[in-house]
Design a binder for this molecule. Structure first.
Ligand SMILES: Cc1cc2nc3c(=O)[nH]c(=O)nc-3n(C[C@H](O)[C@H](O)[C@H](O)COP(=O)(O)OP(=O)(O)OC[C@H]3O[C@@H](n4cnc5c(N)ncnc54)[C@H](O)[C@@H]3O)c2cc1C
Length: 629
């Protein structure tokens, strides 16, 4: 081990599940046959023993999200592998409804179905070792203290914009978004002097420098402390502090057309006339899962990004009814599961769900009308007989390396659309083509447990934008207390740091960048993530007393190669970053989600929009189609 690795604490024993890269596992497939108990290494094993719970995936660390063992069978399917009848064991099971995918969409589909048919028997199949899809919980333990983080989906961003069905579901689960202020200590970090900051890394800016207080007290004052040139300082001040119509003389419609066909970066450089050096500290990549080189300028106007405010478009009003749990929307997934399988965890409301200990053995109980079967990748869905007249659908899934079949009266495919053509080969060709147009943008959300956060208070930051770094941002977890869960109120206490990475390849089209990003996630080992995490935290925080070898207690890297859902215009290839970008008559996701016999199609892909309300709303539509068929 070299000196730098020793300083970073690379060899130090922390909690992590494995060091196997995605590729290694894909080739060997060895983890697919591991049982949970074999791979379990909880942060606080004594606690698991106390509760006599053998496995509890939320405490797993290391590579999570699309974790090793979860995706290999699906990749085989996409590469042409098929499971013929001789390889498939008949489970003898039959359900009213089988749902493929246990994310928010699949779980909501089960919930809506039972709203109309309370006695329905439902099986939900998911390839991961935990339910929730992107809405995953990262749970850490420091002694007897539980610390939570979102592994993916963070929040209910704008409850007012949820459709009627999604609002009904959220309220029926006991979530009261209006009460967010009771649980969120939103002003806590500011009250103790912490602010946003920018980390200027030596690779891009010549030397490492953290500058706290982004834009404070004025942009000019803030920028004086940065390594940026005088030209860049003037540009950035102008962008943030002036509202200029840089397209004066054009009508709003003409402006819109121009902005739709140019990147935000080109708009800033070519139209606004700022120096390319000044681009460095603008918009974080993780917001849209794409950089400003590929994001259309029109999309940037929707959020009133710098340079767009004077163009005459009104930026979307952002006074949302917002809600989040300490583990993000994983609590919504947990509430859904507990509402349908009450034996899985004690409690009744949104306050106790946060600390409720789930007994994963109850998820797939043969006596329960709703069952969630994890580590089960569906590889085939077909009607028994002609789709128009069939009475049953056969679903084949692979678990522990063996293929099984179950029967269902009806099926909801709440999984990624791009794999549905391989899963369900009997679909019409034009629908398969439309399904194949769906896009997913990759993201990495990392949760790092640290034993105290004095370095943050010493440096006066709680959130750091890191342009050009491996992780685009580093943030202290949002202070929230709900039920008997309390956030770290003193810097002496352990806490979670969130680090976000968007693996991209600037200069290519967004579609190509996301493909490259997915490959990056598949081939990056845990060690590489760990080294980058330690290195980046060291360089930002060690001037405040942080020692990565001493202070990092656990790391969970949540890989989301199939992250944000986007649609695209099949004629122009333009991405629909917002829903109204592609005329509905040629929106491929409208064709893609058409019901077919006893099969209907959900997932956020069905609305080409990466928001929880879309996942829930599309589940409702899919279920209504089945129930009215
Ligand atoms: C990192 C990240 C952060 C986000 N943050 C927010 C946020 O803050 N607020 C918000 O509103 N939205 C957010 N979103 C979007 C939101 O998470 C999604 O829209 C929503 O959770 C998608 O749910 P879903 O059920 O449609 O899909 P998924 O969550 O992807 O669930 C689908 C499930 O099906 C499984 N599956 C796929 N194929 C198969 C198969 N063949 N067999 C078995 N299972 C299969 C998948 O592995 C997955 O578990 C975020 C998304 C990401 C990726």
């Amino acid at each position: 081990m070299n000196k730098r690795d020793r300083k970073l604490g690379i060899g130090r024993s922390i909690n992590r599940r494995d060091f196997i890269s995605g590729v290694g596992v894909a080739l060997s497939g060895s983890l697919m046959s591991c049982s949970w108990s074999e791979t379990e290494t909880p942060v606080n094993p004594s606690l698991l023993q106390k509760g006599s719970v053998k496995f509890y995936p939320p405490t797993r660390t290391g590579l999570r999200g699309s974790h090793p063992g979860s995706f290999e069978v699906a990749h085989q399917l996409m590469q042409g592998r098929r499971w013929d009848a001789s390889e498939v064991e008949d489970s003898g099971e039959s359900y009213d409804l089988v749902i493929v995918g246990g994310g928010l969409s699949g779980l909501s589909a089960a919930w809506f179905y039972r709203e109309t048919r309370p006695d329905a028997r439902i099986l939900i199949l998911d390839n991961h070792d935990d339910f929730g899809g992107h809405a995953k919980r990262n749970e850490f333990w420091y002694g007897d203290q539980m610390l939570l983080s979102h592994g993916g989906t963070i929040n209910i961003e704008d409850f007012h914009q949820y459709g009627e069905a999604a609002q009904r579901l959220i309220r029926s689960l006991g979530i009261e978004p209006e009460r967010y202020a009771e649980f969120s200590d939103w002003d806590f970090h500011r009250s103790i002097g912490l602010q946003r900051g920018v980390f200027f890394a030596k690779e891009t800016f010549g030397s490492d420098r953290l500058v706290p207080g982004t834009g404070k007290p004025t942009w000019r004052e803030f920028l004086k402390k940065t390594p940026l040139s005088e030209v860049a300082r003037k540009d950035i001040t102008r962008l943030y502090e002036e509202e200029v119509d840089y397209l004066a003389g054009l009508t709003l419609e003409e402006k819109r057309e121009r902005l739709r066909h140019m990147s935000y970066q080109d708009f800033l450089v070519d139209v606004v006339g700022i120096n390319p050096e000044s681009l460095a500290i603008l918009l974080e990549d993780s917001y849209w899962a794409i950089g400003i080189d590929a994001l259309p300028a029109w999309t940037a106007t929707g959020d009133g990004e710098p340079g767009t405010k004077g163009l005459g478009f009104s930026a979307e009003s952002k006074e949302p009814l917002y809600f989040r749990f300490p583990d993000g929307n994983a609590s919504i997934a947990r509430l859904l599961v507990r509402s349908m399988i009450p034996d899985v965890a004690p409690g009744t409301g949104m306050e106790d769900i946060v600390s409720a200990r789930f007994d994963y053995r109850r998820l797939d109980d043969k006596d329960s009308p709703v069952r969630v079967r994890l580590q089960s990748t569906v590889v085939g869905v077909r009607h028994i007989g002609a789709p128009e007249t069939a009475r049953e659908v056969e679903i084949t899934y692979v678990r522990d390396g063996r293929a099984h079949r179950v029967l269902a009266g009806q099926t909801v495919l709440a999984c990624y659309h791009s794999m549905i053509p391989a899963l369900c080969e009997e679909l019409p060709e034009h629908q398969k083509l439309a399904l194949g147009q769906s896009l997913k943008a990759p993201l990495v959300y990392t949760s790092v447990m640290i034993r105290n956060w004095h370095a943050f208070t010493n440096l006066g930051v709680n959130s750091v934008h890191c342009p050009g770094c491996y992780f685009g941002s580093v943030r202290l977890s949002t202070p929230m207390s709900i039920g008997n869960y309390h956030h770290a109120s003193s810097p002496d206490q352990p806490t979670i740091v969130n680090m976000y990475r968007t693996p991209l390849a600037p200069g290519l089209s967004a579609q190509e960048q996301w493909k490259v990003g997915r490959y990056d996630l598949l081939t990056t080992t845990f060690e590489t993530f760990e080294r980058n995490i330690r290195d980046q935290l060291d360089r930002i925080l060690s001037p405040g007393g942080f020692d990565p070898a001493r202070d990092i207690e656990a790391i969970t890297v949540n890989r989301w190669p199939h992250g944000y859902a986007y649609g695209q215009d099949p004629e122009t290839g333009e991405i629909a970053y917002t829903m109204d970008e592609v005329p509905l008559e040629r929106a491929p996701w409208v064709v893609a989600r058409r019901p077919f016999g006893r099969i209907s199609i959900a997932n956020s892909d069905a609305g080409a929009n990466a928001m929880s309300e879309t996942a829930i709303g599309q589940a409702h539509r899919a279920v209504m189609e089945l129930l009215s068929a």
